[in-house]
Design a protein around this ligand. Sequence first.
Ligand code: PLP
Length: 471
Amino acid sequence: MFFPASRMEAKEERGMPPPGIPFFVSCAQGNGDNVPVAYPCLKEDPMSHIETLCVQGGYQPANGEPRQLPIIQSTTFKYESSQEMAMLFNLEKSGYFYSRLQNPTCDNVAAKIAQLEGGTAAMLTGSGQAASFLAVFNICTNGGHLICASEIYGGTYNLFAHTMKNMGIETTFVSVDCTDEELQAAFRPNTRLVFGETLSNPSLSVLDIERFAAAAHRNGVPLIVDNTFATPVNCRPFEWGADIVTHSTTKYMDGHGAAVGGVVVDSGKFDWTAHADKFPGLTTPDNTYHGLVYAERFGLGGAYITKMVAQLMRDLGCVQSPQSAFILNLGLESLHLRMERHCGNAVRVAQFLKDHPKTSFVKYPSLPGDAHYELARKYLPHGSCGVVSFGVNGGRDAAERFMGSLRRCIIATHVSDARTCVLHPASTTHRQMEDGELSEAGIRPDFIRLSVGIENVEDLIGDLDQAFAKL
Ligand code: PLP
């Protein structure tokens, strides 16, 4: 977990080893009045630009410390007395004690991502799925309800529609293109949050973040945005009113298909205490920590993430390993460069596909004429992402033949990678479905998801062209 108030308190000992970044209660002790210090305004900070934060955010070595982020490959941490250790367990003192809760390598990477998103606190998770689950379950438990955009990653759909339903949590799915009235009609007295993806996987719809945030706030609940496809390089949902951001860091943030991971970031802006009856987990005593009230002790900037670490990580244990966090950090260092190239290549590829006589449709929000073009211009003015969806004339058979002819574009169940990869859902991830079922799921039999990488774009277009020629 990264929480800047604690980090500032520890600025004399900013690097490692622990306790370089103190533990939960440090924010309460740090500034004396239980109000966490917000992260320095990016505009006044020499590291105000996203490119600099990608490279130099997070880990700040002190004199004589390693320049590269060290991997603290240790499950546990040494203390001089059991009494001191007991204070850590009681959340009365700051420090690391067991890597299921916190690890210095992971915290430094969480710090970088919190800076990139402009948040107050962040926590790495073992996968993007874990990030989605924890982000919701932290504030919505048995008997609760959430509203989710229906254009959403299939794994998130399964999580909300089935697994969390079995846990007593109901989800209402609404289209990102629904009217304000339809959105409002989805709210119930037990609604605890609204969830959507900045850019949906694989349908590439753009969420109108301001509109969804306004509806959520009118009803006293936060908006959680999965920002995986856009990344903070292309969109920072907090600037448009979102309250919490999640990522599958497995995708662009890592970018090299090397480490599965996720992250949850809090903006620190949602006032849990103003809606205390909806969020008792944050506003009433936690008896597993001797009656501590997260919102009181850690303030708006720290309550949500601290509870997530202290309760959910403690009990569910879906942590990211320090090794994976190190790999993720290497990916983050070039995120800004890669996103620029991904988007530049994808625009060229999308235009090529749109002009090709053998395509049946092309979906890419940064392409003029796309249904979400205006929203993409508003929320993603510098580019959307590297993923392009399209279909080939001739249906499922033609799509399969086309895929089989590709040489540079590798068939893989992956997306948002430096290497171009391609997936035909109808013959792979959705193979069991008949054509009718596919259409209900919004996936045409000829639907191809192309994740454009950072290679030379002429080579990619050449590969697509030769595969079309074989149809
Ligand atoms: N969110 C989005 C938008 C995704 O595309 C994915 C995976 O593809 C996930 C979440 C889940 O992430 P992970 O595979 O890291 O668990």
